[in-house]
Write a protein that binds this ligand. Structure first.
Ligand SMILES: *[C@@H]1O[C@H](CO)[C@@H](O)[C@H](O)[C@H]1NC(C)=O
Ligand SMILES: *[C@@H]1O[C@H](CO)[C@@H](O)[C@H](O)[C@H]1NC(C)=O
Length: 311
């Protein structure tokens, strides 16, 4: 991210300046990896504490957003090792509307950290927006993610990081990268701890595009996805005839260069675990945002943080 962009984002709300300036100092050691990754966004932010508390707080008067705590989604296992789970309907249409409304003025050209430096590169040509965790729709979705993670997240120790939206338009892409940091980051809460991105939720908010699949070159499926995507097979001759006329549209497919490629579908998400149990990054979760041939794709990155005692 350039200085101008940093200032632009920071000036949207006072109080972010300190955080923004501190960002380059956060990494413990310069990364030497050639694989790029997405850095944290300088944005106004609040800590995400116990989930129950969040729903006692009423959303601000000026927003009609109400979190549907009964929202349901469906999960489908894609790969066991590394763990990749496809989530149908993780984010509802009203949540998408609200998230986009918050994010719209915050979009700026995306940067990556490569060779230990934040930079804009031709590897990543999208735009990004950091979302504050105190936004009602953000809280709602983060809380859902936290519940999904179950016992992988220790309340009061780990946390849901602030989410980032990313937007691709025609021709834009993000070459192969990983979401974890090569070297864990220092905590900014004064405790002598470090953290890394345990897992990733990559949820699609806008899918009006052709192309723009998310490609995991090293992932292997257990079994091919239903060629008819969302619609499960019920059996029977009539259905077979009907489906014979339809163009198959699986949610993910085996990519011609190996690995799996996921089609963007609004509301749905891919979830995967970034770190090995010993805390090092799992290279098999490297992935790319394939170029958009046409249209617009907006997605939400949610990165739960696992914390470590500094040793
Ligand atoms: C961490 O675990 C992974 C997977 O088992 C292994 O490949 C890697 O060498 C380990 N790294 C360290 C530093 O122990
Ligand atoms: C979807 O994208 C096409 C082509 O870019 C555009 O013409 C159309 O207006 C878009 N539709 C919506 C609902 O955004």
């Amino acid at each position: 991210m350039t200085v101008t962009n940093l200032v632009k984002v920071a000036s949207i709300s006072a109080g972010t300046v300190l955080l923004a300036v501190a960002i380059p100092l956060l990494s413990k050691l310069p990364s030497t990896s050639l694989t790029s990754f997405i850095d944290e966004f300088p944005t106004q932010d609040y800590s995400f504490t116990a989930p129950l508390k969040l729903f006692r707080a009423k959303p601000p008067e000026d927003t009609p957003f109400i979190c549907d705590v009964l929202h349901t989604y469906k999960t489908e296992l894609v790969s066991v090792d590394p763990l990749i789970i496809y989530i149908h309907n993780l984010i509802s249409p009203s949540e998408i509307t609200s998230l986009l409304r918050t994010a719209e003025p915050l979009f700026a050209p995306s940067a990556v950290t490569k060779n230990g430096r934040q930079q804009k590169t031709s590897d990543r040509t999208s735009s990004s927006a950091g979302l504050p965790r105190n936004d009602p729709a953000v809280m709602c979705v983060l809380n859902r993610g936290r519940n999904f993670l179950g016992t992988m997240v220790r309340d009061g120790w780990d946390e849901m990081g602030p989410p980032q939206l990313v937007r691709y338009s025609t021709g834009q892409r993000f070459n192969v990268h990983h979401d974890w940091f090569d070297t864990s980051r220092w905590a900014t809460d004064g405790t002598s701890r470090t953290w890394n991105r345990l897992a990733s939720f990559f949820a699609i908010l806008q899918d009006n595009c052709t192309g723009g699949e998310t490609h995991f070159p090293y992932a292997k499926g257990i079994f091919p996805q239903s060629p008819w995507g969302e619609t499960p097979w019920r059996g029977g001759l009539e259905e077979q005839i009907q489906r014979g006329k339809e163009e198959p549209k699986p949610l993910w497919r085996e990519h011609e260069n190996g690995g799996l490629a996921f089609r963007p579908v609004a509301g749905n998400a891919i979830f995967w675990i970034n770190l090995h149990p010993n805390g090092t990054g799992d290279e098999r979760t490297n992935h790319a945002g394939l170029p958009l041939l046409d249209g617009l794709k907006t997605a939400m990155n949610i990165w739960p943080r696992q914390y470590y005692r500094d040793s």
